[in-house]
Ligand binder design. Structure first.
Ligand SMILES: [Zn+2]
Ligand SMILES: [Zn+2]
Length: 98
């Protein structure tokens, strides 16, 4: 069975990235691989889940240890910087536009 991998927008950079996320079981064991470096972590996820390495890297770079550039958004009421580009509430003027 082919796993359907959809897409989502990255919470940080707003790029379209894979919706893929390793299983809870994989995430539980993967911690031990971090000290061996990123390649070891990705290799282990690929080995355990049979996912294309390119997809695992996409997940890794945007969500596991995010290095993508954070998209900056500003409040349209006070101009203050929002916590994330997806934020619907301003922590400066406390306006809320849900
Ligand atoms: Zn990203
Ligand atoms: Zn504001």
């Amino acid at each position: 069975m082919t796993r359907q991998l959809g897409h989502r927008l990255c919470d940080r950079c707003a790029d379209t990235i894979t919706n893929y996320c390793p299983s809870v079981e994989t995430l539980a064991v993967i911690g031990a691989f971090h000290e061996q470096g990123e390649q070891a972590v990705v290799d282990e996820i690929v080995r355990r889940e049979g996912i294309d390495p390119a997809i695992v890297w996409e997940y890794f770079r945007h969500r596991m240890i995010p290095i993508c550039k954070q998209k900056i958004a500003h409040c349209s009421f006070c101009g203050g910087q929002l916590r994330t580009w997806k934020a619907r509430q301003c922590m400066h003027c406390l306006k809320d536009w849900h």
